[in-house]
Design a protein around this ligand. Structure first.
Ligand SMILES: Nc1ncnc2c1ncn2[C@@H]1O[C@H](COP(=O)(O)OP(=O)(O)OP(=O)(O)O)[C@@H](O)[C@H]1O
Ligand SMILES: [Mg+2]
Length: 471
């Protein structure tokens, strides 16, 4: 159950509102393309099946493998500063050196290499205003109370169940509890109850003896034994299969584990932390989750409020993620948010909570080649879900997590949204062309899309190919 060394670099790919991250090895080659055999698979029609190759060593080198829509890198011969439009240059079966934070385009998809951030493990004062050392933001009253309770619970060995919507920070809190507990120097073992198939999960958590099943060629300690003296985090515990629930209950009651295929149980000393975004008490009442197990894991329940209920944390969180993203790209302190952007961030409903905010900021940092993050750098979903009035923190109307009609603001019907977005896009196209005197290549660069995309959008909008305008 050794945890692999954290990656040093990662590869970020994004198009429109989608963004995906791939871990990179320290050394060697990885191929990039649409086919599944590529380590970095980009399922986008503008990407070739085998598009490019990235070599990692002392230097980063990107090589085009004859891709139909080209591989483009920044032209180093033209020393544009950060806030100037960048010139791209095409690689055709050739290679170029790539710096951390420098973008490269595969067809219409943009990507870059950035430094990976390790998961936070150490925490200072949990309930401080903005915990800069750990990067944990706790400002809202309810959040302070949750963290204060966690701090008290950390010292005892009571099992804690962390509840809250997706992306609110449940794992972060569980790690904080471990880090503030007397077990801090022993392992924190996390197991995702949803991701593992039933039989595999059992072997992983309980361990097995040699010959317990086909393929068990040698005995192996399970996760509970490996976590001895530390904490076990049962993530997404609400997804646990019924038969595994029964076995887990026995472990919690007896503090002993029996490896698969073993006769004798072994004593373990672990503290249990768990998390779920389900209402586990209701699940137990409805008979979908064992109530005896529920009472064992929920010695103390801590509920993290959704981000829309703690608007005073949004800006601090956004700044915290901005700093982290800039340092990953080695662009420290070069960017800030415009006031309008901050208003949009504060007014958004954040159905994906803190994780969604983090992704939005990371994406904006990558998209923004200037010094200020403006609304154009935010995903369309934020622009259309925001209320028109500034600085309001109530949930935006139409959010899937906002079932209460009483709290709903003005709702734009999906068709109207689409029309509004189209109109916005049309204006942006025209504006960019205007700025570039009708030069499509430069307008495409300005909009950070390929020229092909620009041309196809223009024809979609019925805009005739503009001619270069006279000054
Ligand atoms: N208060 C906070 N301060 C700083 N970063 C935070 C805070 N809360 C959450 N994050 C960050 O947001 C991301 C999501 O947090 P985390 O993984 O703990 O959420 P989760 O509730 O476990 O999500 P899921 O339900 O999807 O498993 C992580 O990158 C985490 O570091
Ligand atoms: Mg989680």
């Amino acid at each position: 159950m050794d945890s692999p060394a954290p990656p040093l670099l990662e590869f970020v790919v994004f198009w429109r509102d989608e963004m995906r991250t791939f871990e990179l090895p320290e050394q060697g080659e990885v191929t990039i393309g649409r086919a599944p055999e590529n380590r970095i698979q980009i399922e986008h029609p503008s990407v070739s099946r085998r598009h490019a190759r990235l070599t990692l060593g002392p230097e980063l080198v990107i090589e085009d493998l004859g891709a139909a829509n080209g591989t483009f890198v920044r032209d180093r011969s033209c020393e544009a500063s950060l806030h100037q439009t960048r010139t791209m240059h095409q690689l055709t079966r050739t290679s170029a050196e790539l710096a951390v934070g420098e973008s490269v385009m595969f067809g219409e998809v943009t990507a870059l290499v950035r430094r990976a951030t390790p998961a936070p493990t150490r925490f200072g004062e949990l309930d401080s205003e903005l915990n800069q050392a750990s990067g944990v933001v706790v400002r809202n009253r309810a959040m302070r109370e949750v963290y204060a309770q966690a701090e008290r619970a950390a010292r005892a060995s009571i099992s804690v169940l962390v509840l809250g919507e997706t992306g609110v920070g449940k794992e972060l809190l569980a790690r904080a509890i471990h880090a503030r507990s007397p077990r801090a120097n022993a392992p924190f073992m996390s197991i995702n109850c949803a991701a593992l198939a039933e039989s595999l999960l059992e072997g992983e958590i309980f361990g097995y003896e040699r010959g317990a099943f086909t393929g068990a060629i040698q005995a192996r300690a399970g996760l509970f034994e490996a976590a001895d003296g530390g904490s076990v985090f049962l993530d997404e515990i609400g997804e646990l299969a019924p038969s595994t629930q029964a076995k887990l209950l026995r472990v919690l009651e007896e503090r002993k584990v029996t490896r698969l295929g073993a006769r004798q149980p072994r004593a373990i000393d672990v503290r249990f932390l768990a998390a779920t975004n389900r209402d586990l008490e209701a699940e137990a009442q409805a008979g979908r989750f064992r109530s005896d197990l529920y009472f064992r894991v929920a010695g103390l329940c801590l509920t993290i409020p959704p981000l829309r209920e703690r608007p005073e944390e949004i800006e601090a969180l956004a700044r915290c993620f901005l700093d982290a993203a800039l340092s990953q790209l080695e662009r420290h302190g070069t960017l800030d948010f415009s006031d309008e952007t901050l208003s949009i961030l504060r007014a958004h409903a954040w159905p994906g909570n803190v994780r969604e905010l983090k992704n939005v900021v990371e994406r904006a940092v990558i998209l923004c080649a200037e010094r200020t993050i403006v609304p154009e750098h935010l995903p369309a979903s934020l622009l259309r879900r925001t209320r028109p009035s500034e600085g309001q923190a109530a949930p935006a109307a139409g959010s899937s997590l906002d079932p209460s009609p009483a709290s709903a603001g003005p709702v734009l019907a999906p068709d109207a949204w689409q029309a509004e977005m189209k109109d916005l896009e049309r204006k942006r196209l025209l504006q960019a062309l205007e700025q570039c005197g009708g030069n499509q290549t430069r307008a495409a660069e300005l909009l950070q899309v390929s020229r092909r995309t620009l041309v196809s959008r223009l024809s979609e909008f019925g805009l005739t190919r503009p001619r270069r305008r006279d000054a």
